[in-house]
Structure formats: structure tokens, C-alpha cells
Design a binder for this molecule. Sequence first.
Ligand code: AMP
Length: 476
Amino acid sequence: MRLTSYQTPRLGVVLAGPREKCGVFGIYGKGLEAARLTFYGLWALQHRGQESSGIVSSDGSQLYRHTAPGLVATVYREEDFEQLVGDIAIGHNRYSTSGGTNIRYNQPFVDYENGFAFAHNGNLPIWDKLEKFLQSRGVSTAKLNDSGMMSAAIGQYMDDGLDLLEAVIKAYPLFEGAFSAVMMDKNRLIAFRDSRGIRPLSIGKLGHGYVIASETCAFDTIGAKFVRDVKPGELVVISKQGLTSHQVVKGQQKLDIFEFVYFARPDSILLAKRVNLVRQNFGRQMAKESLVRADVVVPVPDSSIPAAIGYSQASGIPFDAALIKNRYIHRTFIRPLAEMREQDVNMKLNPVIESLKGKRVVLVDDSIVRGTTMRQVVRMIREAGATEVHLMISSPPVRYPDFYGIDTPKQSDLIATRMSVEEIRDFMGADSLNYLSYQGMIAATELPEKVFSTSCFSGVYPINIGKRAREISKVT
Ligand code: AMP
């Protein structure tokens, strides 16, 4: 067995720390080079986490693990794949918003004693039940984060003599929050999702094998075919007997609508809708709601490109990719300090002066969270010679914090809770500021409102956030 510096979360070494939104992947299939395929899957899911990456594999006799900080392309070397053998593997890309790079946060976690690995996307806003359970078993929770506690609870039930599957089902009621998880032992791949399906999780097929991924774009990368989503409250087991499904609790779909707004890759399919097309609809809907006289529609790359295309098509105003993004600089949002973020915007974006000079510009972005990015971009567009800058934000104002894994900041950091739309326009230095309406956003998805969690826009949290509700005040 290849030992890393890692120790199991059961022993209490996973430090409490930043909440994470991440990408998970799992694969099972006789004859497949599981770890290498997981690598490609994780690469396709890079946008869901850039802090660290990890893979655990098994050849039926033991578990092998490799994780390191950094991007997928830099974390794995050929030698690593020589050791990550077997036809079953799970992988994880970690995202954290507050700069925690401690390798002890890296997933998948492995419980070597009980012989399983665990990787999680999501967040448990409350963990009282889970913590009480672990404490009652004499497990110190002081240094465990939510994912570590989940893994430790499953390990506890296995210590009682339960099989992995039974242990997960037994521990499931202790998990309160958003979770899309993949697990494995030496012979099985397991995936499960919270009762509301807040974070995505899909099933694909590759030859005779199965693949699980946070997003369907990972299937395309490895030539797998999308089969269906893991249902809210469902657990699936993939073994040599094929795929079996267990509905652990009754589910009710409430996908986080922010996946459509910003987070998911545009080529992924969520709730049977191609994200790219929904984002274009957001732009078309914006043109219906807020048409301005302008010469050019410019996206803030990359996430707002589909919405800008939709706005341009519906308004007839020409599209121009007049802001060029340095592709090798990654999401600025993950930098902890405001000064660093401002610096990052200049490093990341550069205007094409000829496309902007003397023009009335419609500038499209997918969201405003703290307001740092947009203010910088407006200044950049003006300095390039634009005569007017009209902001179109293809989502409603973000007024409430996220507790389910997209770690948007505390409520007081959200610019739309502190300022009116007019004040934000003034702060940004724009000629006008238009947000997509809430109803317009829902209509553009062509799905009923009830299938979504819209908490960051509406303040309605479909999974209990317990005492954390005290951190929120209603914005009118
Ligand atoms: P801000 O500068 O704080 O207003 O952040 C808004 C920008 O960050 C937008 O351009 C979005 O594309 C992007 N963004 C929004 N939400 C997130 C998130 N949870 N993580 C990373 N980036 C985000």
C-alpha cells in the first residue's frame, strides 16, 4: 500500500475550515483504467474546484490514494497512475473560498481500517446531530470539518459491524444539508445525494461500466453516455451485479439555481436542460425586460458569454468579445483579500480598445456578489474610451448568503444587501444597471420554480439551516 501523509478522519486530524463547493467523480468497470479516466473526469470538472485534487483507486485488494494541492493537470504524474491501479476509482476537486491550502483538507478521505474512501460536494450548515453522535462515540470532532464528520460517522457504524452500504444508510439521517457524495470500497462504487438534490450528481455509462460525476460534461470528455441524475434522497450502488438503487429518504428536487446562473459548465445538462441554452435564455429575457440603446454587447468572460449572446440576438445589438481573458489565471473569487482580488481583475482581463472606443456598451455579467469585479471592469471599459456603460446582470440581486456549498460570503459582504440598485449603479460608475427579474430568471429556465433552491436570491432555504438562520436578515 502506498502511504501518503494522510491519516483517516476517524482519527480526528481533518481540521475544521473553509466550507467547500467541489467536483466529484467515480467510475467502476471491469478492464477500465479507472484512475486515468477519473483524472480526465476531474479535469473536465476543474471549474468546480481549483484548490486541490485527489484520486483513490482499488484493484479489489486494497485502496490507493494520491492527492496534492493545485490544478488537476499539475497534481498527477505518470508515476502516480502506475500506483493508482484497479478498475474502480473516485476523485475530488476541492474548492475553498478562504485560501485554506492545508493538505489535510484534501479529499477523497480514506478510512483504511474499514476499507472505504469518501468524497463530498456540498455543505452541511448544521451538524449538531452528527457531532452529538460522534461525541457519544468518543470521537473528537474539534478538528473535523463537515465532510470529515460524515466519513467518521460512516466509519463508526462500520466499527459496529455494518457493511459499508448499511453504514451509509444508517448514518444518512445524521447528514443535514447539501451533499452529493461518492464512495467506494474495494469492490463497489456508491453515490448518494441529499433529499433536495441541491448540488448536481449524474450517472453515465461507459461500455459495461458506470460513471458518476458532478456534471455531465465529465462524461463527454471520456466518451461516457449520460444515463440519468442520481435522484434527491437516492443512493446507488455499482458493483459487478450492475447498478442498484435505494431511495433512502423521500426526495423533492431543489437544485441550486446558481448552478445555472454561474457555477456549472455551459456544456453540462442539469434537469434535462443544457446550461448554455438556459444562460442564453437569461440574456434573451434580459433584453425583453431591459432594452437600452447601445452599439455593442460585451460579456465579462467566460461565464456571461451565453447570456451576452442571448441579449445580442434578442436586441439586435452586435456582440463583441471586447474583453480578453487570460486563460491561465483562475477564478479570482477564491482569493481572500480585496486588494488581491482587485489586482487579479487587471491581470485577468484586458480590453480591446478599438471595439470599445466611442461606443455605447452593454456590459453583461452573470452575477454581482460583493461588487469587486464589476467596479473594476466598468472602469476598464471607460478607460478604453466607451461613452456609455450599461450593466446587464443575468440574475437577480444576490441578497442572501449561501449555506449549501457555494460559499458566497456573509450577508453584510453582499453588495445588494447594503445598497439599493441605484446606489450600486453609482458605486460601479455605470450609466445604468439592470438585473434579471426573479420571475424572468425562472421563466428562462423553462422549469417550474419548485424544482429550484433560490436561496441566495429569495432567502428561502429548502433545507433547515438551524441556528445559522440568525445570521440572516430579510432584505426588502
Ligand atoms: P464579485 O466581484 O464579488 O461581485 O463577484 C462576482 C463575480 O464572480 C461574477 O463575475 C461571477 O461570475 C463570479 N462569481 C459569482 N459567484 C461566485 C462563486 N460562488 N465563486 C466564484 N465566482 C463567483
